[in-house]
Design a protein around this ligand. Structure first.
Ligand code: UTP
Length: 409
């Protein structure tokens, strides 16, 4: 893209301030800025005057789950089917590690956080050890795809290599980077800059993982390896079972296109997204989207009707995921404090939320599937998210849960 082309394009979308410092840049900085501008798709709604369109929701209904007692009754059968799928190479795991972990406030990739008390025990290490319980039992290493972001890719790769992948087979680990989205000023809708030649770009949310895999050539790898199912999981739940054979077996037996691990909500007001049906398709309703009636509705057996909270551990059939590649994901808006350079060149570290970041979410991918098996797991054994330094879902609560499960910290 030339300067003139960039100017015409930006002016059409009221974003010409991005070229304000162009004349002061070196030739390579100018090239870098023009190539960033060339990747912008300013026709999309978040850059359109008139604001950001709110996502319309359909009609919600409760979705039942394969509950703990039903799983226990068929555990051996599910386990055998799941282990067989793993042994025959049909299962891959995808670690979503591209987030910014801003709530934790740790200035490195979240997986590098040491959650140990008397010894080093990194979050990445916990996850890999959990996965290795399965791979040891199956006798094969499950291909492990790790999604990083532009910001944390080099540090993540270096850290895992330095620790010899915590015992995982190095050639079964595949890294890919997720795409970015420009951040905008919340008042004006103008794209923010972090330097005269740099647009503020942030990771585009965890819903972009499959298209990022495609862009990085990872779907050629899954095809070559014969992978039919991908188990996607978050970086911050240190207790979760990954490539869980019982979950895989149960999803295969159910004939569903996908499966989601869920925990029973502790109280009607717990702030967790709930797996349900929306217009007859699987979906996740966020706690703030639920009406009082939905929050408190009970089944005939006295249980909450909307009670199965998701823990960001899903199983997807690769063939069905391919159909999501050309679909537009709804964009979710995050109001954040975004440090940036003003139009007169001064650097600002805002104290209030000043900008919007745009993200796609993996939960919208669930809604694109024809069916999803809600698979209940025991919260105390499988859900210990590390989101905050203290309080709810924190380092402290996760440490207590790890100890309860016999992990030496
Ligand atoms: P969160 O929603 O907790 O976001 O991510 P976050 O960025 O890690 O943390 P905060 O909100 O800034 O404190 C849930 C999972 O999705 C991944 C995260 O790494 C985590 O595993 N994720 C999130 C991505 O991989 N990319 C993203 O752009 C966002």
């Amino acid at each position: 893209m030339t300067y003139d082309e960039a100017l015409i394009y930006l002016t059409k979308h009221h974003q010409e301030h991005l070229l304000r410092f162009y004349e002061t840049l070196t030739v390579s900085q100018q090239e870098s800025l023009l190539s960033q501008i060339a990747t912008l798709d300013l026709d999309r709604p978040q850059f359109t005057a008139g604001g950001f369109p709110k996502q319309k929701r359909g009609k919600f209904e409760p979705l039942g789950a394969l509950t703990l007692d039903k799983i226990a009754a068929n555990k051996e059968k599910y386990h055998a089917i799941g282990i067989e799928a793993i042994r025959s190479g049909k299962v891959g795991a995808v670690l979503l590690a591209g987030g910014q972990g801003s709530r934790l406030g740790f200035p490195h990739p979240k997986g590098m956080y040491n959650i140990g008390k008397t010894r080093e025990l990194y979050i990445f290490q916990c996850l890999i050890q959990n996965l290795m319980q399965v791979t040891d039992a199956a006798g094969v290493f499950v291909p492990l795809f790790i999604m990083t972001s532009e910001n944390n890719d080099a540090e993540t790769r270096a850290f895992l290599a330095e620790h010899a992948y915590f015992g995982y087979q190095a050639d079964r680990v595949y890294f890919f980077r997720q795409e970015t989205e420009p951040a905008v000023d919340a008042k004006t809708g103008k794209i923010l800059m972090s330097a005269p030649d740099q647009i503020v770009l942030s990771p585009n949310g965890n819903g972009g993982w499959f298209s990022s895999m495609q862009r990085a050539g990872m779907l050629d790898v899954t095809k070559k390896l014969g992978i039919e199912w991908l188990n996607v999981f978050a970086v911050d739940n240190v207790l979760q079972q990954i490539a869980d054979p019982v979950f895989i077996g149960a999803t295969i037996v159910s004939g569903s296109a996908s499966g989601g691990k869920v925990v029973s909500k502790a109280t009607p007001d717990e702030r967790v997204g709930v797996l349900c049906l929306e217009d007859g398709k699987p979906s996740i309703v966020e706690y703030y989207e639920m009406t009082d009636e939905m929050r408190t509705r009970r089944d005939s057996d006295g249980n909450l009707a909307y009670r199965f909270g998701v823990i960001l551990n899903y199983l997807f059939r690769v063939e069905d995921l391919k159909r999501t590649l050309n679909k537009d994901f709804p964009l979710h808006i995050a109001h954040k404090k975004i440090p940036h350079m003003t139009e007169n060149g001064t650097w600002i570290e805002p104290e209030e939320n000043n900008g919007y970041k745009f993200e796609t979410l993996v939960l919208d991918m669930v809604h694109m599937q024809d069916s999803c098996l809600a698979f209940e797991v025991e919260r105390a054994k499988e859900f210990a998210p590390v989101k905050n330094p203290d309080g709810v879902d924190s380092v402290k609560t996760a440490q207590a849960l790890l100890e309860q499960n016999g992990v030496l910290l």
